[in-house]
Design a protein around this ligand. Structure first.
Ligand code: PMP
Length: 283
């Protein structure tokens, strides 16, 4: 694989980052994951806009447009001949002697790599996911897409050890989100219920696209927190993320959702999201 580090394209084995990078020492870094279909970027502009916001919240001085970020993505896709998968982008504050005081005037470190991955025909789209619930013990600025991912990584691992696919995290009795996805339900009356955006969850790009679509089709979209019991009693449940697109959830803490199989509304939303994304790929 060819990767990109601080202005250079090079083989992954030759790529390196300082051990003093603040991303390594403090998770003082933000990231984005952009899906690639047919060699084109899905929703690049929305990812770039969110990146800007994450950078601003942490006062990391990096201008995605001036840095030619889209060209770095395109070039990496080309060099790796990537058709389907993702581009991972990480920007840290930069390299400095270890100190809790954030240094001013250092140069951000920029890393990009690709991962080839089956997205369209992912098995989970057919089988659905089983999730378990766990308390959400992350920090309280989940709207900033930082690389501080230890807790969700621990919980995803725990879910796998317990024979489940993923975790839904719960705070004050309500579902926040998945380890790396937003969580949604379709209630008995056909409404799409999803937690509103706030500092409690990541403002998912896929979430926003799916809500727009649901509203366009005349579906009732209700942005409010929902409980685990509501999810277990829902007609359908699903997650959204850049690489999972729209993936059904068929069990919550061992309780089947609906008839325990992926439902028609989720299928329809997934198919539409994929078509819509394919129509607007950036090359
Ligand atoms: N929530 C969390 C915690 C995530 O890590 C992700 C994926 N990055 C999402 C939600 C989904 O966001 P998006 O649709 O922009 O990938």
């Amino acid at each position: 694989r060819i990767v990109h580090v601080n202005g250079e394209f090079l083989p992954e084995a030759s790529a390196s980052l300082s051990i003093f990078d603040r991303g390594v020492l403090f998770a003082d870094a933000v990231y984005e994951v952009t899906a690639v279909l047919d060699g084109g970027l899905v929703d690049f502009d929305a990812h770039q806009a969110r990146l800007r916001r994450s950078l601003a919240e942490l006062a990391i001085d990096f201008d995605p447009v001036a840095a030619g970020l889209i060209d770095l993505h395109r070039e990496l896709i080309r060099r790796n001949d990537l058709q389907e998968g993702l581009v991972y982008l990480q920007i840290s504050r930069g390299v400095a002697d270890r100190s809790f005081l954030q240094p001013a005037n250092i140069r951000p470190s920029v890393v990009l790599f690709t991962q080839a991955q089956t997205l369209l025909d992912a098995p989970a789209a057919q089988s659905g996911l089983s999730v378990i619930t766990r308390p959400d013990k992350r920090w309280h600025r989940r709207d900033i897409k930082t690389t501080q991912l230890l807790y969700p990584s621990m919980m995803k691992t725990l879910a796998n050890e317990q024979g489940a696919d993923d975790v839904w995290m719960v705070e004050a009795g309500h579902v926040t989100e998945g380890s790396s996805s937003n969580a949604h339900i379709i209630t008995a009356d056909g409404s799409l219920v999803t937690r509103p955006t706030s500092e409690d969850i990541l403002h998912g790009i896929t979430r926003a696209a799916v809500l727009d679509y649901a509203r366009e089709t005349g579906a009732e979209v209700i942005e409010r927190p929902f409980t685990v019991a509501e999810a277990q009693e829902a007609r359908e449940a699903f997650i959204t993320s850049a690489t999972a697109f729209v993936t059904p959830v068929v069990a919550v803490d061992g309780v089947p959702v609906g008839d325990g199989r992926p439902g028609p509304a989720t299928r329809r939303i997934r198919a539409h999201y994929i078509d819509h994304s394919r129509d607007r790929l950036r090359y």
